[in-house]
Write a protein that binds this ligand. Structure first.
Ligand code: AMP
Ligand code: GLY
Length: 422
């Protein structure tokens, strides 16, 4: 019997744990730190994703067979390197490999070197030179802080006279701290954003079906960007040819480029794309599963996740073991009122049991905590209500029927998840 440790505390980690717990021979799945949704075989461990020593000690004491990194902060803190140094099996990118996500300069330079299609750009460590270049580019122009900035380090500039202030904010005022020591100035891309994921073992990979997140807070793609308000998979208009392009022109050269940089990539590679007709370009690389993308992928995944992730960590991925159920999966995120800005916490959530009993509904908790028998809100994105269906419409109908059963004060969700593609 095997024991697994999942690192992170969101809906993504609950979804991974849920699927891992269904694998043959898995007796226990720990999540560090987890949330109010852990139940049954899934148990929380009070350790932060960046507590390298604590996680290492826990894995040794509990004789964990496989650790799965959900949150990129753990990779950036060096958890994977530390586990590998002790011969503990872990799925996720090393500190060197996570640069693919954690440094936009690294990632854009890699794309340029490997001819991966992406927006035209230049990288700068000097604000004056950056502003000078930005003013020569067509509007809108995009300015990105180099480092991780909780999804806030991207500024889309519509007018030339906003350029100086935006660059100043990142590079001089250091609004995102050291993440703004360097910036990327890049051209704006038009089209629809699509998420793709590739499980990589360092040499080979297997692509997941396409998915589509809805990043803005409000219906009609209005309002501020969030971590993601809802996802559908697969995206019906994304063709096999698009996916071949992702495999041949994006993931294959990215893996090759990483190898050349001594940053062999093992883990989940998540290229975020902009697709406009046949034109496909990479907006960014993430070095982890998307959240809430993982929630829908786990609903569609049809195989033994423990075995697949273990084989990946061992460098012997067998793509034939990754299978998908037919049909569609969706996730509707229920967030705290005010998210992504200020919001209240500790509010009781009603209707969860009733919603969870509805056909094909699985609810993955994100920002929740348990207080006796009561589940309380504890974060911005609170719940992921996921469903499957033969058609996208069927999955969406079931998801919204379940969402309508769940109540907490100020609950906010989008009513138009999946409507963009119809
Ligand atoms: P990133 O962290 O690079 O994915 O950027 C965050 C979000 O900003 C993306 O999901 C897009 O919605 C938007 N964005 C980033 N780069 C561009 C670009 N070159 N053109 C248009 N939108 C962009
Ligand atoms: N769903 C967006 C992300 O995980 O970055």
């Amino acid at each position: 019997m095997s024991k697994v440790l999942v690192i992170g505390g969101g809906g993504r980690e609950q979804a991974l744990a849920w699927k891992l717990a269904q694998s043959e021979g898995v007796e226990k799945v720990f999540i560090a730190p987890g949330n109010g949704g852990s139940d049954g075989l899934i148990e929380n461990v009070a350790l932060e994703p960046t507590d390298v020593d604590g996680l290492l000690k826990f894995a040794e004491d509990q004789t964990i067979d496989l650790t799965v990194v959900g949150q990129e902060a753990a990779s950036e803190a060096g958890v994977v390197d530390a586990f590998r140094a002790k011969n503990l099996l872990i799925f996720g990118p090393t500190k060197a490999a996570v640069q693919l996500e954690a440094s936009k300069v690294f990632s854009k330079d890699l794309m340029a070197a490997e001819n991966i299609p992406t927006a035209e750009y230049r990288a700068f460590d000097d604000p004056t030179a950056a502003a000078k270049y930005a003013k020569t580019r067509p509007l809108p122009v995009v300015i990105k802080a180099d480092g991780l900035a909780a999804g806030k380090g991207v500024i889309i500039i519509e007018a030339t006279d906003e350029i100086d202030a935006a660059i100043h904010k990142i590079m001089v005022d250091k609004e995102f701290g050291a993440a703004g020591n360097k910036i990327v100035v890049e051209d704006f891309l038009r089209g629809q954003e699509v998420s793709t994921h590739a499980l990589c073992d360092g040499k080979s990979f297997v692509l997941f079906p396409s998915s589509q997140d809805h990043k803005q807070a409000f219906d009609g793609d209005k309002g501020p960007n969030t971590g993601g308000m809802g996802v559908i998979a697969p995206v019906s208009w994304v063709t096999d040819e698009h996916m071949r392009t992702v495999a041949d022109k994006v993931v294959t050269p990215a893996l090759k480029g990483m190898e050349k940089q001594n940053a062999t990539f093992a883990g989940c590679m998540y290229p975020g794309l902009m697709i406009d007709g046949q034109t496909l370009k990479v907006l960014e690389f993430n070095a982890r599963f998307g959240d809430p993308e993982a929630e829908v992928y786990m609903r569609l995944f049809d195989g033994d996740l423990y075995r697949v992730l273990r084989d990946c960590a061992l460098g012997r991925l067998n793509p034939g073991q990754v299978k998908w159920q037919p049909g569609f999966a969706v996730s509707v995120v229920m967030a705290s009122g005010g998210y992504p800005g200020e919001y209240e916490k500790g509010l009781p959530i009603a209707g969860l049991d009733e919603a969870a009993k509805m056909p094909d509904v699985v609810i993955f908790h994100a920002g929740t905590k348990r207080d006796g028998d009561q589940i309380l809100t504890a974060g911005g994105r609170v719940l992921n209500v996921t469903t499957t269906g033969t058609t996208l419409d069927e999955a969406l109908e079931k998801a919204y029927a379940a969402v309508d059963k769940i109540h907490f004060k100020g609950a906010h969700f989008r009513r138009d998840i999946g409507r963009r593609v119809k």
